[in-house]
Design a protein around this ligand. Sequence first.
Ligand SMILES: [Mn+2]
Length: 466
Amino acid sequence: MRSEKGLLTAARAAADRIKRASSVAIVAHIDADGICSAAIASAALELAGIEHRSHFLKKLDDESVASIDSCDAELVWLVDLGSGYMSRFRRDGLVVSDHHAVDPAWRNGQTSLLSFPDVHHVNPHEHGVDGSSEICGAGVTYLVARAMDERNRQWAHLAIVGAAGDFQDSHGALTGLNRSILADAVDRGSIEVGRDLRIFGRITRPLPQLLQYCNEPRLPGLTSDSPACVRFLSDRGIKLREGSAKRTWADLRPAERELLTADLLALVEGEEAEGFLGEVYDLPLEEEGTELRDVKEFATLLNSCGRYEDAATGVRICLRDPRGLADAKSNRDEHRRQLSQAIGMVRERNMVQERGWVQFFHSGGEIRETIVGIVAGMLLGSDGVRRDIPMIAFADAGDGEVKVSARGHRGLVSRGLDLAKAVNIAAGLVGGYGGGHDIAAGATIPSGSEERFLEVMEDIVASQLI
Ligand SMILES: [Mn+2]
């Protein structure tokens, strides 16, 4: 049964426990939501005067569970991860604020954790609240922080950045508990809600590039075609520069924005148009003209920090360290350079192979496993690469394991594609594990099982799309 009250009660109990801690180790996931979660947790502990440090993990596994068990901090606070492993921890002094699916062994009460009474688990699924769509890890962590001290309401906007990072706004607006957290942020003046095209790069991308790189949804005749984008804008009398500065979507006058919005909406058809026009979330307290002014751009910046093992810089940005952004930018430039190099390599060597219902490439050890999924997504539907079937990418992950990334798009999802389900089943059948979202999923499988994995994926994807 749905009980937001139950969730808030669990958050309150966790908050009371944290406030009694002498030292806390925060352990977070490295994506945007995890970084926002860690920032909220660390700000709350700072305010409470509790000694703390943060650690970031790509994923939980036996090794990280063991290091959490043996961690010498008095309390370990896991944020945006942990729920799926509840039955495997063996320690007292544990708080988990997470929104992922809960370990069924723990739910059934078959856990040794029952013999560790000092454990607090705050998770929406335990209270009938949907953790995949209506609250993220940073949101749950925010509920705990707010219960620790009302002044932590100042970080409500970070919970919204986390939600955007986890695609919880992808249908055009936030829903459920995210909306009440949004109200906290609006109330504090840290977020302004607007209605606009939800096109990535509204604040920082020059107009032609904004259109050229628009991938969700693709703009027929514009995406990936730079001269066409310039023509499209000049045909409509839109100036590309103001003095020497390149104009962005945010610089458009209202009449220009209305004109472009109408013409761009007319280009996009059917299911791909869903959520294209909707709510946008601006961050008026952040530095003007930077990606920190838009939740999507903010989340993307944090993701790029995480991918380059610099989540700590992401936390500094969240907490408004004035030098954080410059440091993150140099990381991000490196990230872009590696992406374009990787895409160039896959294209030049014709590495993409088509099968009936999936296409794939195997990058071996040549593309970092942390970016191979983005490469797969960017290739999907680009020149000469099919868009009617999902893309699967393999990258060696060391230790006899291969990292798998599968990418679709909204059009395929609305036809029934569910990559999380497909990847989870296929990985399980070849001795690996995986999951994710319907539109994007990942797995780790044993080296040498790629062919078998592809066969299973093909069967499942076929049954989803037929
Ligand atoms: Mn998350």
